[in-house]
Design a protein around this ligand. Structure first.
Ligand code: HEC
Ligand code: HEC
Length: 429
């Protein structure tokens, strides 16, 4: 038995760190998370981009969303009427521990945030419709992928959901959320499950989209809770770690200063930092803007000092959710760790072949415009706030060993797991 070491190590998470979930809602959420019924053209589910097989992400830098076919690196562009318009602009983040109360800010730029019961950080006229009935930020989040043309809704007149989104009707009896809810409510098995999960007895209490969102959120919170890694067992005084991982922990929480941003029980300060990550793909912009920039947090706050800042990711199960960073620029842990040691050099020397970008149909976009543009490059480099440091090869290896000690494989076999079938009868990824 070892003690938990230096006092600057965090405590291991306990039940008190997590919100209560309803097992029966989580069970319903499991089906919804894997069911393509929530997408406009019924061809993509949450799980397509957040799959247990790829550490609740999708194994590529920037995936092909709605209109693609296949899973992870095998996902392909499909020609035809519903062909995708552009890649998804950011890497799909993993979903570990999002049921812990300290996660109040979501997305790489934190544009969805909950304070008390109010949804903020989201520029939408819907605020007041949105604040009601959410269990938390995680359930509010589930309202959004279904509205995104590239992610789930599909485009223009491809289906009734896309059409409704396009003309901007989201709430009310003819809104997109209601139309999706109607689809679900028409399926007898779902109707029964919602009745049980929400104790819906009044005949005139309809199923509403927040019921769907709350169920998905309880599933994500339960299924992807991750607090039984070797590191957690070490912090609980139950095991010792191999020497290399232990040295890595000492570096992480000491000399290498990783914990100045990757702090707390989940290795994140929930804050935003600019570290000059390579940028490629369509970026994040309004379609008419016609550039590929992604200025990150600045787009949410409007403040220049927030340019190119992105959220510090939690590092739980990081060894299983490659590639890394908001564009998925680095395929290995050693690669992303090295980037941190000298962001400017790593950015400047970035090898475009490291980006995994599935072939994108006949459009064959130039994904690397930003990386080839002097002004954009200079801006990304100037924004960096991460201090350069020199570590030995052994130290880098030790840090990577420590990151591996954050792996908790519970989610791979699954608490609820991947359903074999879903009530819509549509195929499950
Ligand atoms: C086409 C791929 C795709 C699909 C489908 C998809 N997502 Fe995501 N998801 C993403 C990407 C990309 C992001 C990051 C977007 C950003 O930061 O701007 C994200 C972000 C998230 C986040 C925020 C995580 C964090 O740590 O900030 C959650 C939670 C999430 N998705 C859950 C879901 C759920 C639930 C569904 C189904 C209703 C879903 N996603 C469908 C790609 C997808
Ligand atoms: C100044 C704050 C800061 C410091 C210090 C820092 N990081 Fe990071 N780290 C970040 C941010 C921000 C990102 C995400 C960047 C992005 O998405 O563009 C990140 C990403 C990562 C990732 C990729 C995670 C993923 O899921 O994509 C790993 C691994 C990582 N950091 C490890 C480390 C290690 C090891 C150290 C110490 C050598 C360290 N970080 C120091 C801010 C920091």
């Amino acid at each position: 038995m070892t003690s938990a070491g230096p006092t600057n190590y965090p405590d291991a998470p306990t039940n008190a760190d997590y919100k209560k979930v309803s097992p029966i809602q989580a069970k319903l959420g499991q089906l919804l998370f894997f069911d393509p019924i929530l997408s406009g053209n019924k061809n993509i589910a949450c799980a397509t981009c957040h799959h247990p097989k790829f550490g609740t992400s999708d194994g590529v830098s920037l995936t092909i969303g709605e209109g693609g076919k296949g899973l992870g690196p095998d996902r392909r562009y499909v020609f035809g009427d519903n062909a995708p318009e552009q890649r998804i602009g950011r890497h799909a983040p993993n979903l570990f521990n999002l049921g812990a109360s300290e996660f109040r800010t979501l997305f790489h730029d934190g544009r969805l945030e909950i304070e008390g019961t109010r949804v903020s950080g989201f520029r939408t006229p819907l605020e007041d419709d949105m604040v009601n009935n959410f269990d938390g930020v995680l359930s509010a989040q589930a309202m959004f992928p279904v509205l995104s043309g590239d992610e789930m809704a599909g485009h223009y007149s491809e289906n009734e959901i896309a059409k409704t989104v396009r003309i901007g009707i989201l709430t009310g009896p003819n809104g997109a959320w209601k139309k999706l809810t109607n689809r679900i409510a028409k399926i007898p098995e779902y109707r029964d499950l919602f009745r049980q999960a929400y104790n819906i007895t009044a005949p005139n209490r309809p199923i509403v989209f927040t019921d769907i969102a709350n169920a998905i959120s309880d599933f994500v919170a339960t299924e992807f809770r991750s607090d039984s890694s070797p590191w957690d067992h070490f912090l609980r005084g139950k095991i010792t770690l191999p020497d290399a991982a232990m040295r890595g922990a000492e570096l992480f929480y000491g000399k290498a200063k990783c914990a100045s941003c990757h702090s707390g029980k989940f290795q994140t300060d929930h804050n935003f930092h600019a570290i000059s990550m390579p940028q490629f793909g369509p970026g994040r912009n309004a379609r008419f803007e016609g550039h590929q920039r992604d200025i990150g947090r600045q787009r949410v706050t409007g403040k220049e000092e927030d340019a190119y800042k992105f959220k510090t990711p939690s590092l739980r199960n990081v060894a299983l959710s490659a590639p890394y960073g908001h564009t998925g620029a680095y395929p290995t842990l050693t690669g992303i760790v090295r980037h941190h040691l000298d962001p400017s050099r790593s950015f400047t020397a970035y090898d475009f072949n490291l980006a995994s970008l599935p072939i994108f149909g006949e459009k064959n976009p130039d994904d690397f415009q930003i990386m080839k543009n002097e002004r954009d490059r200079a801006e990304i480099l100037a924004a960096n706030t991460l201090e350069k440091q020199t570590l030995t090869e052994i130290e880098i290896n030790d840090l990577v060993k420590f990151l591996h000690s954050l792996t908790d494989k519970t989610f791979i076999n699954g608490r609820l797991g991947i359903p074999i079938t879903v009530p819509s009868g549509l195929p499950v990824d």
